[in-house]
Design a protein around this ligand. Structure first.
Ligand SMILES: Nc1ncnc2c1ncn2[C@@H]1O[C@H](COP(=O)(O)OP(=O)(O)OP(=O)(O)O)[C@@H](O)[C@H]1O
Ligand SMILES: [Mg+2]
Length: 245
């Protein structure tokens, strides 16, 4: 994978189409009578397939960066391009369709629907919950080691198992890009490592891009590239100015 912090993208970087770009992106929040600047003039190009880790202290803008790249938040200024599309040009429903069909999301908490079974919680990731969606949900759960639990309710699982169900839901539509915000933060070390192994297995098999925010250097250390945030800025990108795919 390749990462650039400059505006120019040349050579093999543009080739795969698995491109995520931020150009002069800012994000501001109104706070009472003042304004809080979550992102200042962020310029970044990520080109998959591969794994990019996003690190930095609390409040440095990691989640903000992930959410503007993923189209979950509209930036206050600047442009975001993903998979060849200018996100700011998309209508709300087109953006929603892009997120649903091409992106997968894993958050710190699994956000499962408590009255649906494990298999139903995974199938809801599909635009149409038909027989083939149910079969794919079951197959994903088997692959993630949860084949015995498909008929259970979320409260009958451990925290690590619930997070794996959330990962299965994220992978339901075979996403090109998986965004994860502190996916292991609520898990013990072993369950966290297992979850990351599943995400890596998927992105390697699919040729996908995984972008994950984490405080955990064990999670970040496996990354092909690391974006380090500081006070709303991209402080460094490692490896610096990598070139080639
Ligand atoms: N909804 C909001 N309203 C106002 N300010 C916000 C909001 N969300 C985030 N911020 C502010 O934006 C800045 C960046 O927040 P962000 O959540 O991106 O940080 P983070 O690096 O993900 O932190 P953490 O590691 O604690 O999750 C912080 O100063 C935060 O207080
Ligand atoms: Mg955060």
């Amino acid at each position: 994978m390749a990462v650039h912090t400059t505006a120019a993208v040349t050579g093999p970087v543009g080739g795969s189409g698995l491109l995520l770009e931020a150009r002069h992106v800012s994000l501001r929040y109104r706070e009472g009578s003042g304004v809080s600047h979550a992102l200042h003039d962020v310029n970044l190009t990520l080109c998959g397939p591969g794994y990019v880790g996003i690190a930095g202290p609390s409040g440095s803008g990691k989640s903000s960066l992930l959410y503007v790249l993923a189209g979950l938040k509209r930036p206050s200024g600047g442009q975001v391009r993903a998979l060849g599309l200018d996100l700011q040009r998309l209508t709300g429903s087109a953006l929603c369709a892009l997120r649903r069909q091409r992106f997968g999301f894993v958050f710190q908490q699994p956000f499962l629907i408590q009255f649906l079974t494990v298999a139903e919680n995974v199938a809801v990731g599909s635009p149409r919950i038909d027989r083939s969606a149910r079969q794919r949900a079951e197959a994903l759960l088997v692959r993630l080691g949860l084949g015995r639990y498909t008929g259970r309710l979320p409260h009958e699982l451990s925290g690590g198992q619930r997070q794996r169900v959330a990962a299965a839901r994220a992978l339901m539509n075979n996403p090109a890009i998986v965004f994860a915000d502190e996916p292991t933060a609520a898990l013990d070390h072993a369950a966290g490592a297992e979850l990351m192994a599943l995400l890596h297995e998927y992105r390697t098999a699919r040729g996908a891009l995984l972008a994950a925010v984490s405080h955990d250097e064990a999670v970040i250390s496996g990354a092909d590239a690391v974006v380090r945030m500081w006070d709303g800025h991209v402080r460094t990108v490692e490896p610096a100015q990598a070139s080639g795919g």
